[in-house]
Design a protein around this ligand. Structure first.
Ligand SMILES: Cc1cc2nc3c(=O)[nH]c(=O)nc-3n(C[C@H](O)[C@H](O)[C@H](O)COP(=O)(O)OP(=O)(O)OC[C@H]3O[C@@H](n4cnc5c(N)ncnc54)[C@H](O)[C@@H]3O)c2cc1C
Length: 393
């Protein structure tokens, strides 16, 4: 195919963030096109992504504005409470805990846990129903020219597209970021996150559990039924070893480490391993270009923060675009950067600190962390403050 198309906002990347932005803009009647180099989400491939994502209430409001929320909610699990267990002792058993109850923040749930593949499917289905939004799958952005008045982009199939604004939602290795000359600060922790969906004998009651072990946290986020999304952070070699075990051996180690919090864990889906690194773009904009989500910021999956931060990018950008005659004007891209930079930098620093404190092998630091958790668990005003910070409100 070789043709020239016209759109107002060209979103590169059909991950959860790119699709959420496209559906959010499409629902507001803005002319938007999303280019995704992978397959379009379908019923058949929706289960392939092992990750689940805990989306907190402010982010749910953004998903409501995409028009896809009712569809997403059908397969999602509300999370009325969260438990953090300190397991930093010699026998790795829980030795202290803090329980966070959503009713203390005035709501009945902190948010909902969704399967990434199903959420992407619901968003893609909604985009297909919208008049002004389009998703083009299995096609890559190859190159582009950002002129004073518009962006001229060329796709891998030869299609040319003109747009007023180019949005890089193209993930950690963002081509949009690199080719726009925006720098990146990146560091690692020699850790990896293992993700899988598991089944267990005890009901979870909607409670997510984060167990702080030496080496990294073991987190269960509830899914409908007696199922949970698992994220298990470990030193790289250990994460690779766990991923390579057969299911029985893996379940035996997982049961030992989870100390029966959900009874027996009886089944696991195939496991996937993700690098735990932090990276943050040195800027969010270039001429007629902005970055959102993991193209701009990424960090280890701890504390359910990554995609929630991305949804705040989506909300800010969509709100600005809805009010603008020219969504690529410098005034808009600068306003976006002004609004989003402080939140992104603060959240990145906070998650970095949290991850370092959870994985530490130093005994005194582990004991201080345990004391902090105990104080938090027993001091309602501090607990409420921590919940507000965690929710990003
Ligand atoms: C194990 C794990 C658990 C997590 N749990 C949570 C959680 O509970 N809560 C939370 O808030 N966050 C969580 N996160 C973070 C969350 O999963 C990510 O932030 C989110 O999935 C990233 O979405 P994205 O759209 O930014 O990037 P991606 O999913 O990487 O999407 C970018 C897409 O762009 C496409 N692309 C790249 N280049 C091009 C190009 N040139 N042309 C066209 N397409 C292109 C890529 O194929 C890719 O699909 C977790 C992460 C992990 C690893």
């Amino acid at each position: 195919m070789s043709a020239t198309m016209e759109t107002d906002i060209l979103v590169i990347g059909g991950g959860m963030a790119g699709l959420a932005l496209t559906a959010r803009l499409g629902e507001a009647g803005l002319r938007v096109t999303c280019i995704h180099d992978g397959a379009a989400p379908t019923d058949d491939n929706a289960g392939e992504d092992q990750r689940t994502t805990a989306i907190l209430m402010p982010g749910i409001e953004t998903l409501r504005s995409t028009g896809a929320w009712e569809d997403i909610a059908r397969d999602a699990q509300p999370m009325p409470a969260m438990r953090i267990l300190d397991c930093g002792g010699k026998d790795r058993a829980p030795r202290d805990e803090a329980l966070f109850d959503a009713t203390e923040t005035g709501g009945d749930t902190f948010g909902w846990n969704v399967q990434n593949g199903l959420a992407r499917l619901a968003l893609a289905n909604r985009i297909a129903e919208q008049d002004s939004a389009t998703l083009i799958a299995e096609t890559r952005l190859d190159h582009w020219l950002a002129r004073q008045d518009r962006v001229l982009a060329t796709l891998s199939d030869g299609t040319r597209i003109t747009a007023k604004l180019l949005v890089g939602a193209d993930g950690r290795g963002s081509l949009v970021r690199q080719k726009s000359g925006i720098g990146l600060r990146k560091w690692g922790y020699a850790q990896k996150a293992l993700a899988a969906r598991v089944e267990h004998t005890k009901p979870h009651g909607g409670i997510s559990i984060e167990m702080h072990h030496v080496g990294g946290p073991l987190t269960f986020a509830p899914l409908p039924g007696n199922r949970s999304g698992l994220v298990w952070m470990n030193a790289e070699a250990e994460a690779d070893r766990l991923a390579a075990l057969d299911d029985d051996a893996f379940l035996a180690e997982l049961n030992e480490r989870s100390h029966g919090v959900y009874g027996q864990i009886t089944a696991t889906a195939p496991r996937a391993v993700w690098p735990a690194t932090t990276q943050v773009a040195t800027g969010l904009t270039a001429r007629r270009t902005v970055l959102i989500a993991e193209a701009a910021h990424a960090f280890p999956p701890i504390g359910a923060q990554g995609f929630n931060l991305s949804l705040r990018d989506v909300e800010a950008l969509a709100t600005l675009c809805a009010k603008a005659d020219d969504p690529g004007a410098e005034a808009l891209t600068k306003a976006y950067a002004r609004q989003r930079t402080p939140d992104i930098l603060a959240r990145t620093a906070g998650v970095d600190l949290l991850n370092r404190s959870v994985r530490t092998e130093l005994r005194p630091l582990r004991d201080i962390r345990r004391m902090g958790l105990s104080i938090l668990g027993n001091t309602p005003p501090l607990r409420r403050l921590a919940m507000k910070i965690g929710m990003g409100t």
